[in-house]
Design a protein around this ligand. Structure first.
Ligand code: URA
Length: 238
């Protein structure tokens, strides 16, 4: 929301009056005087007018987890334990998943309560790369590399997958980089080239790699550097 709109809403004043107060440097966002009435603020910003709180900042949560195989990547489920059950934080009920992993997939999972941030992470147009290590039941055919680059048409969604980078690392071992997250996407793409995925592990999102010291089932808050790295669209291929 624009700063002038937030001030106007919470202080029952017109937007012109709010703009004037902002221009007069009577407004602070996170402790800093802001003169631009059109600056964007969200619920995680502390906003003061004349040293009186207009909005108290909510606590932003950005967590990283090493999801183990077998744990459901959901926030609630009637039958099974979910990743949220493994998180110990008083505000965990505010969390959502920034990109799910299948139950039998392991690796880097991100949880947050910041919807704008997670939207950027997951939206195909931001081109944030997600890298998976894949074990297959049979050797990956050589022509799969070009097929992944061309994309596959998925009839159910009526879409063609964005170009994906496939690196064959061994007979039945590969690494794939996607810039989107369709339902069972990796498994469906490998199925198209005649392979069944035997094991799937997400290694990284953006330039954020799953930290080696984070064991399966462990989680912790992300550092500011990790938050920035997760959003980084810096593909390994470049
Ligand atoms: N693609 C899949 O098929 N499964 C996952 O868990 C993630 C990507």
């Amino acid at each position: 929301m624009k700063l002038d709109r937030l001030i106007a809403k919470h202080r029952q004043m017109g937007r012109t009056a709010a703009l004037r107060a902002i221009a007069a440097r009577r407004v602070r966002v996170d402790g800093i005087a802001v003169a631009d009435g059109h600056a964007e603020v969200d619920r995680f910003s502390a906003v003061m007018l004349d040293e009186e709180p207009v909005q108290v900042a909510e606590r932003g949560l950005y967590l990283i987890m090493h999801k183990p195989v077998g744990l459901l990547s959901a926030t609630k489920d009637a039958q099974h334990a979910t990743v949220l059950d493994w998180i110990d934080d008083p505000d965990k009920h505010t969390l959502h998943l920034a990109g799910r992993l299948d139950r039998n997939t392991s690796g880097l999972l991100i949880l947050t309560n910041d919807g704008n941030w997670s939207k950027r992470l997951m939206a195909a147009d931001f081109k944030v790369p997600k890298v998976y290590r894949v074990e297959t039941d049979v050797p990956v055919p050589a022509e799969a590399v070009a097929a992944f680059e061309r994309g596959f048409y998925f009839h159910t969604e009526d879409i063609t997958t964005l170009p994906a980078k496939l690196e064959v690392l061994g007979e039945c071992l590969a690494r794939v980089t996607l810039h989107e997250g369709r339902y069972h996407q990796v498994k469906r793409m490998f199925h198209r080239v005649g392979c069944r995925v035997a094991a799937l592990h997400r290694e990284s999102v953006g330039t954020l790699r799953l930290p080696e010291d984070l064991k399966p089932g462990e989680w912790r808050p992300m550092t500011e550097e990790e938050k920035a790295a997760a959003l980084c669209g810096d593909d390994r291929s470049s």
